[in-house]
Design a protein around this ligand. Structure first.
Ligand SMILES: Nc1ncnc2c1ncn2[C@@H]1O[C@H](COP(=O)(O)OP(=O)(O)OP(=O)(O)O)[C@@H](O)[C@H]1O
Ligand SMILES: [Mg+2]
Length: 470
C-alpha cells in the first residue's frame, strides 16, 4: 500500500481553494481532531491553486521547530536573509521579500499544525495575513493551545475559522477503496467504519494491521475483511451467560471495546449508539472508569480469559496477529513491563506502530511502578514510536500522570526546554542546588536518566504544556 489518491471532502476543499482565489482573499483555518485528515486536505487544496495567479508557500510546524525563532516558517522564509536584523527587522524583510518573489501574484501561505508555530513565526503569519494581496490557510489540532497571533487572525477577522468534522461514512468508504485499490464488500466496510470511528488515521492503521495478518483478501475484485468477523468466543460465552441474545447495537459496543480497550467514552459514543453504550454498561458488559476529567471504557471481565481464547484463536487462524494479541493480553495481566516491551517490539516489527506505542506506554507504567532501570530505554522507544505515529494519541497512550508537585513540574518543563539549572534558578529566584534537588526527584518519579529524556517522558505523560513553547 503506497500513498493513495485524495478522496471526498469536496465542500471543504472548495472552501479552501475559494478562500485563496476569491477577490477579498480572506483566509481559512480548520481545526480538527488528531488524524481526521487536516494535513492531507490542506496539501490537496494548495496543490490545486493556479500557479499563474498564486505564489504558494507551505510550512508545517512541528515540535522540533517550536522552540526555534522563525523555525516554523523556515520553509517559507527566503534563504538570503540579511545578517544582523532584529526580529522586527526580519519580519519586515520577510514580508517584502515574499512580495518581491510573488511578482504581483497573490501570496498564499499554507500552515499545517499552526498551533505548533513558534511565537516569532506566529507573529510573522499575522503580519503577512494583514499585508496586501495575501491569504493564509492553516490547520490546527482541536484542544491544543493556540499562539496568540494565530488566534488574533480570526478575532480580527483576517481569516475564517471552521471545524473539520470526521469524514462521512460514504467518504470513509471511498477512502477504504482508495487505500486498497479496489471496492470493499459492504459488511467489511461497515465494520471498518465503526472501528475507526470515521478517523482517517485509525482506518489506515486498521487496514495495515489487517493486511499484515492476512485478514484482508480479494475475491473477484472485491476486498473482504475476514478477521474478527464475530465477537471473540470468550465474549460470546460471556454474553450468553449474562444476558442471552444481545441486540446488534450493544454487540457492536462490546466488540469495539474488546478491540481497543481502554477506549475513550467520547470516542465510543461517537462511533456507536449512545443508548447501546448505556445498555452495555447497565448490563455489566463494559465499565466506565473516570480519572481526572477523562472517562475510559473497558470490558467488564478479566483479561486472562481473553488471553486464553486469543491464543486458542491463534492456533486456528493464520497470521501472527492473534498470537501476538494473546501475548499482549497475558503481559498486561501479568503486569509485566518486560513482557510488554517485548510485545511492543514485535508489533513494531509488523509496522503496527500505534499498537507498539500503546504496548510501550503500558510497559512504562509497569516498569516505573517496579522501579525498573529499563524504564529509561522504554521512554526513549516510546518517544521514537510517537514520532512515527505522527502525533496520534489514543487513551492507552495517556500514561497516568505521576504525581509531580507544581514546582517539580515547572522546573521539569524549563529543563526539558534546554535551560541550564543555573538559568532556571535565576528565573525562579531559588538556588541552583534546590533546582538540582527538584530535578533529581523528577528523574526518579519519571524514571529518566537525564535531561535529554525529560521531554519525551513529559510528553508521554500527555502533559499539555510539555512541548517547548519557544
Ligand atoms: N481525503 C483523504 N483522501 C485520502 N487520504 C486521506 C484523506 N484524508 C486523510 N487521508 C489519509 O489519512 C491519514 C491521516 O490524515 P492526515 O495526516 O491528513 O490527518 P491529520 O488530521 O493531519 O492528523 P494529525 O492531527 O495527526 O496531524 C493520512 O495517511 C492521509 O493521507
Ligand atoms: Mg496533520
Amino acid at each position: 500500500m503506497g500513498r493513495w489518491k485524495f478522496v471526498g471532502r469536496t465542500d471543504e476543499l472548495s472552501r479552501l481553494v475559494n478562500a485563496a482565489t476569491s477577490p477579498d482573499g480572506r483566509g481559512l483555518f480548520l481545526s480538527g481532531t488528531a488524524g481526521v485528515g487536516k494535513s492531507r486536505l490542506l496539501a490537496q487544496s494548495l496543490a490545486q491553486l493556479p500557479a499563474l495567479d498564486c505564489a504558494v508557500w507551505s510550512a508545517s510546524a512541528n515540535i522540533a521547530t517550536a522552540g526555534i525563532p522563525f523555525g516554523g516558517l523556515a520553509q517559507v522564509l527566503p534563504a538570503d536573509q540579511p545578517a544582523g536584523l532584529t526580529p522586527a527587522g526580519i519580519m519586515r524583510w520577510a514580508v517584502e521579500a515574499l512580495h518581491q518573489q510573488a511578482a504581483g501574484r497573490r501570496i498564499v501561505i499554507g500552515i499545517d499544525d499552526a498551533h505548533l508555530l513558534d511565537p516569532s513565526s506566529a507573529a510573522l503569519v499575522y503580519l503577512l495575513a494583514r499585508s496586501e494581496n495575501t491569504t493564509v490557510l492553516g490547520t490546527l489540532r482541536s484542544g491544543e493551545p493556540v499562539p496568540l497571533p494565530i488566534r488574533a487572525l480570526w478575532a480580527d477577522d483576517l481569516v475564517d475559522h471552521a471545524e473539520l468534522g470526521p469524514m462521512t461514512p460514504a467518504e470513509t468508504g471511498e477512502l477504504l477503496t482508495a487505500m486498497l485499490g479496489g471496492p470493499v464488500d459492504a459488511p467489511s466496510a461497515d465494520r471498518l467504519h465503526r472501528l475507526s470511528a470515521d478517523n482517517a488515521l485509525l482506518l489506515r492503521e486498521l487496514v495495515i494491521a489487517a493486511h499484515a495478518s492476512n485478514e484482508l483478501s480479494q475475491a473477484y475484485g472485491v476486498w473482504r475483511w475476514t478477521g474478527r468477523g464475530h465477537l471473540p468466543p470468550s465474549l460470546d460465552d460471556l454474553v450468553d451467560a449474562r444476558i442471552g441474545q444481545l441486540d446488534q447495537g450493544v454487540r457492536a459496543v462490546v466488540e469495539l471495546v474488546a478491540m481497543g480497550e481502554p477506549i475513550g467514552l467520547t470516542l465510543l459514543n461517537r462511533a456507536t449508539d449512545t443508548t447501546a453504550v448505556e445498555v452495555a454498561e447497565e448490563r455489566g458488559l463494559i465499565r466506565v472508569v473516570t480519572h481526572d476529567r477523562r472517562s475510559d471504557v473497558r470490558l467488564a471481565h478479566p483479561r486472562q480469559s481473553v488471553a486464553q481464547r486469543l491464543s486458542e484463536l491463534g492456533e486456528s487462524v493464520d497470521g501472527p496477529l492473534p498470537a501476538l494479541m494473546a501475548r499482549h493480553a497475558r503481559a498486561e495481566y501479568a503486569h509485566s513491563g518486560d513482557q510488554l516491551l517485548a510485545v511492543a517490539n514485535d508489533f513494531a516489527e509488523l509496522e503496527l506502530t500505534v499498537f507498539a506505542a500503546e504496548a510501550t506506554s503500558r510497559a512504562i507504567s509497569r516498569l516505573r511502578a517496579a522501579r525498573s532501570s529499563r524504564s529509561h530505554e522504554a521512554n526513549l522507544r516510546l518517544a521514537a514510536l510517537l514520532r512515527r505515529c505522527d502525533v496520534l494519541r489514543t487513551p492507552a497512550l495517556t500514561i497516568r500522570q505521576p504525581a509531580l508537585t507544581d514546582r517539580e513540574r515547572q522546573i521539569a518543563r524549563l529543563a526539558a526546554r534546554g535551560l541550564a539549572s543555573r538559568n532556571i534558578a535565576e528565573q525562579l529566584y531559588i538556588s541552583t542546588r534546590t533546582v538540582e534537588n527538584h530535578l533529581q526527584r523528577v528523574y526518579n518519579k519519571l524514571g529518566v536518566a537525564d535531561r535529554s529524556e525529560l521531554w519525551p517522558a513529559l510528553r508521554a505523560m500527555s502533559d499539555p504544556e510539555a512541548e517547548p513553547e519557544g
